[in-house]
Write a protein that binds this ligand. Structure first.
Ligand code: UFG
Length: 327
């Protein structure tokens, strides 16, 4: 069985990717510092604890497993925090990725599937984004991810690294079989926070800004189910194995939902109201981030199966009620 090195495999998206990789016949080797990940979430292959900033540890893991590819999820990902402590994002995301890419190149592992983000596009009001849209990030998180895209491109030219870069829109939901799910500590993402507010784990949801230029004044996002998202990653590996070369794909659904619409849907799915208060805008937030996924559908053959808001909220709710990981 071929090994795939999964950085951030103990995190939300990485753990779902490990499940999908295992189902596709790969051995997912999780490399994770557990700073934000959970060892309980590593269920589908070996676990190697380590930090991307530790080059010697990376070299050791590459030598031990000789992976055919890297799936690179490990990153700090809070937009708000990235505006307050940008250095942390540049060091861990950009610096850590540089170490990883150099270690992979040195080990002769030349295939990368990289987890990038719609936050690299920045605020481009009222356009449906595509892969050619300008990348003008307005927060340090997005800027650090764009820098990693640039690194992959440069190492493509110098070392023959081939990369499939996925720019995710807002990832939501959980494994419907309940093996893994979303659990961040602290939690900053909209859907889990709504569910916390609904069952009283948190006092109320604060809506960050009600004066945006959108129909109901709240920000609009394009939500994609985590299981669909990781399926695209497996297709990305296949793409690279077939020698199709480096390529960027957006992963969204083309449907935008405002914060209030997500709250309404969560109230419907759970049958309970969402306690909420209105607050000021959060620094770094874009008004609207929506994309189609035409290229991924046409070229990769990606077919999202569960990316409708009801199903995403229902799967997240099921996971939410079933407990969480422990350190
Ligand atoms: N929001 C609230 N209240 C909250 C939390 C969020 O109103 O308590 C709003 C935000 O302002 C935003 C929307 O809900 O308008 C979604 O916010 P999230 O924090 O769930 O996600 P982001 O849109 O900030 O997503 C960004 C990037 C993603 C990236 C993610 C990682 O666009 O690519 O951050 O944290 F994966």
């Amino acid at each position: 069985m071929d090994n795939v090195l999964v950085t951030g495999g103990a995190g939300y998206i990485g753990s779902h990717a490990c499940k999908a990789l295992r189902a596709a016949g790969f051995n997912p080797v999780t490399f994770d510092s557990l700073v934000t990940g959970w060892e309980d979430a590593v269920k589908f292959g070996p676990f190697e604890r380590g930090d991307l900033l530790d080059r010697a540890r990376l070299d050791e893991v590459f030598a031990a497993y000789r992976p055919v590819a890297v799936m690179h999820f490990a990153a700090l990902s809070q937009v708000g925090e990235s505006m307050q402590i940008p250095g942390k994002y540049w060091l861990n995301n950009a610096g850590g990725s540089l170490n990883l890419i150099e270690a992979a190149a040195a080990a002769g592992c030349k295939r990368f599937v990289f987890s990038s983000t719609c936050a690299t596009y920045g605020d481009q009001d009222n356009v449906v984004l595509n892969e050619q849209s300008a990348q003008l990030p307005i927060n340090a998180y997005g800027a650090s991810k764009r820098a990693i895209e640039d690194m992959l491109s440069d190492f493509g030219a110098s070392d023959g690294i081939e990369s499939v870069i996925f720019r995710y829109f807002n990832v939501a939901g959980a494994d419907p079989e309940g093996d893994v799910g979303e659990y961040h500590q602290p939690e900053t993402h909209l859907i889990p926070l709504i569910l916390d507010a609904i069952d009283g784990k948190r006092a109320a949801l604060t809506i960050f800004g009600t004066d945006y230029d959108t129909p109901d004044g709240t920000c609009i996002r394009d939500y994609v189910h985590v299981c669909d998202l990781v399926d695209a990653h497996v297709l990305g590996l296949k793409w690279l194995a077939e020698g199709k070369g480096s390529r960027v794909f957006n992963l969204g659904t083309g449907a935008g939902f405002s914060v209030r619409e997500v709250m309404d849907r969560a109230a419907e799915v759970t049958g309970k109201p969402v306690p909420c208060t209105e607050g000021p805008r959060r620094a770094g937030d874009c008004t609207k981030l929506v994309s189609g996924s035409k290229r991924a559908e046409e070229e990769l053959g990606w077919r999202p199966q569960r990316s409708n808001l009801e199903e995403m909220v229902a799967d997240a709710w099921m996971w939410h009620q079933s407990g969480h990981y422990e350190k």
